[in-house]
Design a protein around this ligand. Sequence first.
Ligand code: IMP
Ligand code: MG
Length: 179
Amino acid sequence: MKDDIERVLVTEKEIAKAVEKLGAQISEDYKDKNLLLVSVLKGSVVFMADLMRAITIRCKIDFMSVSSYGAGVNTSGAVKIIKDLDIPLEDYDILIVEDILDSGITLSYIRELLSQRKPASIKIATLLDKPERRRVDIKADYSCFHIPDEFVVGYGLDYAEVYRNLPYIGVVKRELYEG
Ligand code: IMP
Ligand code: MG
């Protein structure tokens, strides 16, 4: 698997440091609130697992799953709910936990959908942000790393469902997805 990676973009150490810092920031910002972390499957599971343990205040977690990409590297623009949340959102301060903010289509759809359920507040935390790729007007309230316009894998992110278990963020060799 490691042979498929051209180079490491964010190391394990850099990720751990950033997640620790973000957890502390969220713990401070939400200390008087009713925090519900909403993880968007599957890409954010690794980030979620680390981030929730870096948060020191009481909180709850839930998961939802949407699909926007199929197996390729470019967004289709269509977002479909595969698995919805289990609990009603009234009175919760929602923090959506995402792996990457790319075109923004997925997150703006999710944010709009969850807003309609009248939570106390709703914000976005993303591990990675590719601002150059944005196609809709959306910003993350918290983001760990801005990265260039390159397709990345690892730490939860996949290419065709593979590489999610790499402990760092890397760039896949081009020949693997350009045939
Ligand atoms: P958006 O709707 O274009 O912002 O796409 C968000 C989703 O696309 C993410 O949750 C990822 O699953 C996927 N995605 C976008 N860029 C990458 C990437 O570089 N590597 C892996 N998945 C990506
Ligand atoms: Mg994803």
